[in-house]
Design a protein around this ligand. Structure first.
Ligand SMILES: O=C(O)CCC(=O)C(=O)O
Length: 330
């Protein structure tokens, strides 16, 4: 069932049949203000006034949240980011996160040592007017924190680098607002999807802590996301994930099959718009304040726009260890 659905949406035609894909914008959302929520997912939403909204996010009172009746534990927040917030995370994912010592899929057999250690820098060497298309589309993932080993599917204490503090604070904020008190971001996979690329059906089960939620942030072009059941025999649901969406997989949906069979051009570039800043003095945070200012400048932003115009980025954040454990024991 899952594989058939994947093939149906992956099909290389300009106009596939998309009538079954759920467009959350067509439905009324659960608004935190209304006090109306799905008890299976969000046991107690408490937006504590002492919890300062991070720079680049809208107030949680304005977030639109959705759950799916047949996928308990799955939650989508449609619009938590401001346009500048989206630009910031796009720029971090392109310029900074793929740099050594983080791991990337590019290898020194096919690319220069510089490209492997600083892909974005290599792609935009000063003086080069056009980017190397092969190098641009070859980047498919980088890992942060605990680096997932794709072959053995285990995390290894020896393959561990510092998790970016800005991404950690962001995900901790999401988790606190949603009522998960003890989420510790420890590993992330940043997935890069030039239009035409896909991610086939899989479950995320390598983490030692499978009770913790998984946070999945989407930026750029629109994805069709498939969420199924615990086996490939169950019929999946297809929904659109758009730029700025945050998908949370928790409880029953944490170990369900999921995939991205299609990335398609968006009509609405929500990263280009006016940001209403919530903070007059934003920079008492772990974010890179210089970058946050720079992405508002259209000249600085231009190369990032060049990438995101035909690609999607997904930042997938997990807790690896049980909360009372500080490292992987061998
Ligand atoms: O791109 C996405 O939305 C999903 C990524 C994913 O499933 C993964 O990294 O395991």
């Amino acid at each position: 069932m899952f594989k058939q659905a994947f093939k149906r949406y992956k099909i290389k035609t300009e106009s596939p049949d998309l009538q079954d894909v759920i467009d959350l914008d067509q439905y009324e959302a659960i608004n935190f203000d209304s006090g109306c929520h799905n008890p299976a997912i969000v046991p107690e939403i408490q937006i504590s006034p002492s919890l300062r909204v991070p720079v680049g996010l809208q107030s949680p009172n304005d977030w639109r949240c959705y759950t799916l009746a047949n996928h308990p534990g799955l939650l989508v927040i449609r619009n938590p980011f401001t346009p500048t917030g989206q630009r910031y995370w796009i720029a971090r994912s392109l310029r900074d996160y793929p740099q050594a010592p983080n791991y990337v899929n590019l290898d020194a057999k096919h690319f220069s040592v510089n490209a492997v250690s600083n892909w974005w820098g290599e792609l935009h060497q000063s003086g080069h007017k056009t980017v190397d298309q092969r190098l641009k589309t070859a980047m498919r993932w980088t890992t942060l924190g605990y680096h997932h080993n794709w072959d053995t599917k285990v995390y290894d204490e020896a393959k561990h680098t510092t998790f970016p503090s800005d991404l950690s604070s962001l995900c901790q904020y999401f988790s606190l607002v949603l009522g998960y008190q003890h989420f510790i971001p420890q590993a992330a996979i940043v997935n890069y999807y030039p239009i035409g690329t896909t991610l086939s059906g899989h479950t995320d089960h390598s983490e030692l802590n499978l009770a913790a939620p998984l946070f999945s942030l989407s930026f750029g072009q629109t994805a069709i996301f498939l969420i199924g059941g615990m086996t490939l025999e169950e019929q999946p649901t297809a929904l659109y994930l758009r730029s700025g969406d945050v998908l949370v997989m928790s409880e029953k949906s944490r170990l369900c099959y999921h995939a991205v069979p299609r990335v398609m051009k968006t009509h609405k570039k929500s990263w280009n718009g006016n940001s209403k800043e919530m903070h007059e003095d934003p920079f008492n945070t772990s974010m890179d304040s210089e970058l946050y200012d720079q992405v508002k400048d259209e000249d600085f932003w231009m190369p990032f726009e060049g990438y995101i115009n035909d690609s999607r980025i997904n930042i997938n954040v997990r807790q690896v260890l049980p909360s009372d454990v500080s490292q992987i024991h061998i």
